[in-house]
Write a protein that binds this ligand. Structure first.
Ligand SMILES: Cc1cc2nc3c(=O)[nH]c(=O)nc-3n(C[C@H](O)[C@H](O)[C@H](O)COP(=O)(O)OP(=O)(O)OC[C@H]3O[C@@H](n4cnc5c(N)ncnc54)[C@H](O)[C@@H]3O)c2cc1C
Length: 481
């Protein structure tokens, strides 16, 4: 909007910009942590080019190999961009799955592309997909994957993306959409590929900041903002003691925060308010960031020297049944006995993030739901991290001794630190009933108030799409006024 000549001011409650896309420096001396989000795929290439984000410091490292699952019997599965290497890896389990994986990738590339093409839609409609795609997206991640491959560890590695951030199990309806959402990115010209960002995920936010400032936007951190309403129209913000008048107000706070806290909710239509209150936003994800004195030495691929599998996302899940049990346990008993774990080491790719010779392991785990019946305590946070480390140690026995520091963010911590209501990493479930026409719209029932965060289409992940759509809507509305 600044580039289009509008006068723009940004107010961020936290001391640094970025929200969940942040690199925090010196959490421990010499370490830079991607505290929350840690890998990038969905960032809109159009936005990167239009705002010249590479000139503002954005740089990617393709995640290749992309997935590694160690097994307790000494075998493992490592997949990457090299088809011949993948064929060798898969043939060690079942050579029939080599063709199965290729067919799966062709199918998910088509699905991912269709999603990507829908992400800029002004009036998103689920019916834009053909009947076959709709049934896949409304179905379960396990159904989709099992149609193509039969090796349990391969199935689990592929299904995992259908569960990230989602409080559902692999056989639940709608996880097919979550899976396709994670394959919708088009980073570095390849459908579905993921990358590390140099300097951590905060570099995406810093590049956006640099671009905004270069076009004259003003950015204020550490400022809590509230919407000023006159009648039914938003006409500025209270930014602590200041009142800033504006022709449009754009919020990327969680929809519940935006509609229930940043303005007087009694002014909202009762039906809309009920919709906001009903919004499913119970998060199951827990993040543990570990500072390591040495790399994990996996029994199945020995060595503490950096090797290809150290650059991949490391999964703990030998089968879909394992993931299903992780989910069932949480529903029955408050947390997974054996959780879904995916983790990755930033430092073999970007050693500047830690002191020389040291490493960072980001661990993302489920299911540790926000609303567990027995409540969250510090002891439960520590116990969850201990459990995760003990499970990883079955595969890399040197890990517990290598840990020098750890940071634990349970769902209530994600809520408190980042404003993610219910600890939900996507501002609410990305499931049927909360996607496309059923997600919040960019234009809100309050005139002059727009949503530009993950609560709006197309939802969560570091993508820029909700922001781009909001900017276009505002510019169009101002031009028409
Ligand atoms: C643990 C975790 C891991 C994740 N991993 C990945 C990943 O690897 N890759 C990926 O693509 N995505 C990942 N995600 C999801 C992704 O980070 C989010 O979907 C995305 O960053 C959300 O961006 P946003 O702009 O919609 O909102 P947010 O990042 O939630 O930003 C909203 C901002 O509004 C501010 N705010 C709220 N109220 C006020 C107020 N009154 N005044 C001023 N400011 C206010 C908040 O402080 C916050 O900075 C992850 C998220 C989490 C939590």
């Amino acid at each position: 909007m600044a580039k289009a000549g509008r006068s723009v001011a940004v107010f961020e409650r936290a001391p640094v910009i970025g929200g969940a896309a942040v690199s925090e420096r010196d959490v421990w001396p010499g370490y830079t942590l991607s505290t929350a989000s840690y890998v990038c795929s969905l960032l809109d290439p159009w936005l990167v080019e239009k705002l010249d984000l590479h000139a503002h410091g954005l740089e990617y490292y393709r995640k290749d190999p992309y997935a590694f699952t160690p097994l307790l019997d000494g075998r493992s599965l490592l997949l990457g961009g090299d088809g011949a290497a993948n064929a060798r890896e898969i043939s060690a389990f079942d050579s029939a799955d080599v063709a199965g994986l290729e067919a799966y990738i062709r199918r998910t590339d088509r699905l991912g592309k269709a999603l990507f093409d829908s992400f800029s839609d002004e009036n998103p409609r689920f019916e834009r997909f053909d009947a076959d795609s709709r049934s896949v997206l409304l179905g379960s991640a396990a159904d989709l994957v099992e149609r193509y491959v039969s090796t349990p560890v391969l199935q689990a590695e592929l299904v995992n993306d259908g569960l990230i951030g989602t409080y559902r199990g692999p056989r639940d309806a709608g996880t097919g959409y979550v899976l396709a959402h994670h394959l919708a990115g088009r980073l570095l010209g390849t459908q579905g590929s993921w990358a590390y960002v140099r300097g951590g995920m905060g570099s995406v936010s810093q590049a956006l900041w640099g671009a905004a400032k270069s076009h004259g936007a003003e950015i204020y951190c550490g400022v809590d903002a509230r919407v000023i309403l006159e009648g039914d129209t938003a006409c500025g913000v209270h930014a602590e003691s200041r009142e800033i008048r504006a022709r449009a107000v754009i919020s990327n706070a969680h929809p519940r925060t935006t509609f229930l806290n940043l303005l007087d909710p009694s002014l909202l239509d009762a039906g809309f308010r009920a919709e906001v209150e009903r919004w499913q936003t119970v998060g199951p994800s827990l993040k543990v960031n570990l500072a390591l004195g040495e790399l994990p030495d996996f029994t199945c691929r020995p060595g503490k020297n950096p090797q290809p599998h150290h650059r991949a996302t490391i999964h703990v899940a030998p089968s879909v049944e394992y993931l299903q049990k992780a989910y069932d346990d949480a529903r029955a008993r408050g947390e997974s006995e054996e959780p879904l774990i995916e983790c990755f080491l930033q430092t073999p790719t970007d050693p500047t993030l830690a002191p020389p010779g040291k490493h960072i392991l980001s661990v993302f785990a489920q299911y540790f739901p926000y609303d567990r019946a027995d409540g969250w305590t510090d002891a439960k946070r520590e116990a969850a991290a201990d459990k995760i480390v003990a499970i990883l140690a079955r595969y890399a026995p040197n890990l517990p001794g290598a840990i020098e520091r750890r940071q634990i963010l349970a769902p209530p911590d994600l809520e408190e630190k980042f404003g993610l209501v219910g600890g939900h990493i996507f501002h609410g479930e990305l499931l049927p009933g909360q996607i496309y026409e059923d997600r919040f719209t960019t234009r809100t029932p309050v005139r002059g108030l727009y949503l530009c965060g993950s609560g709006a289409h197309p939802g969560g992940c570091v993508s820029g799409f909700p922001g781009k759509r909001a900017a276009h809507a505002v510019l169009r509305d101002l031009a028409a006024a």
